[in-house]
Design a protein around this ligand. Sequence first.
Ligand code: SAH
Length: 253
Amino acid sequence: MTIEHFFSQLRFVLVDTSHPGNVGAAARAIKTMGFGQLYLVNPRYDNVLSHPDAIAFASGAQDVLERACVVRTIEEALTGCQFVAAVSARLREFSPPVIDARAFGKRLVADSQQKSALVFGSERYGLPNQIVIDSHVLINIPTDATYSSLNLAQAIQILAYEARLAIMSAVALPNVPDATISVGFRGESATSEQIDGMYDHLEQALTHVGFLDADNPKKLMPRLKRMFSRTQLEVEEVNIMRGIARKILGLKN
Ligand code: SAH
């Protein structure tokens, strides 16, 4: 299963959107998180995708705007979707089960064969009750009780971010071995002061043998730091590296 597959399984549906700027900002929010499918149901302006505000707010996400679909009904926007989540600032008396954005992300990756949709309401009125009732779940972003209404594109950003995190942890992370599991035994972890001391020592040693040119160090130390930072250094290991540095520094030029 490729990571692209997961990103292609989710579409963002905006119902009755008024402000072209929000449509542009939505395209940007979606694209930054790796998604690309935007559907607009009955936007206030028919030409919203080419509206100057939409283009300005999309910034570098013009391609998502260009590929967006403008449709007349919610049914058209949801064609082919097996799982539909209504996203609303308000909880309703008649409502499908309420879940949070994180649970939605888990659901998205749990069944990777399903196409899902997140449906957002208009700036002024939110989502019509009927769309909420017809959805499989309702997602509410917990906010301050006295002011619960996020800007439309910001709500989209939060959902897109959570969906991205869920995809990354389902697809990307299993390939990164967990050092604490794979080594079986762990010694005492080195502190950041101990590790910094090791870097200083190493830098002196590498300079001493002429591997590091102090006048032209390039990116040697940052690269070594990057390498070591992936290893979860232990005290014993820091001591070994310092022992090697000490030995090198003891060498005659
Ligand atoms: N006045 C509207 C708010 C609309 S905000 C109302 O009372 O519902 C535009 C859209 O952004 C909403 O329809 C919803 O999809 C999303 N949104 C805004 N705040 C949200 C929140 N706290 N939780 C979930 N979605 C939210």
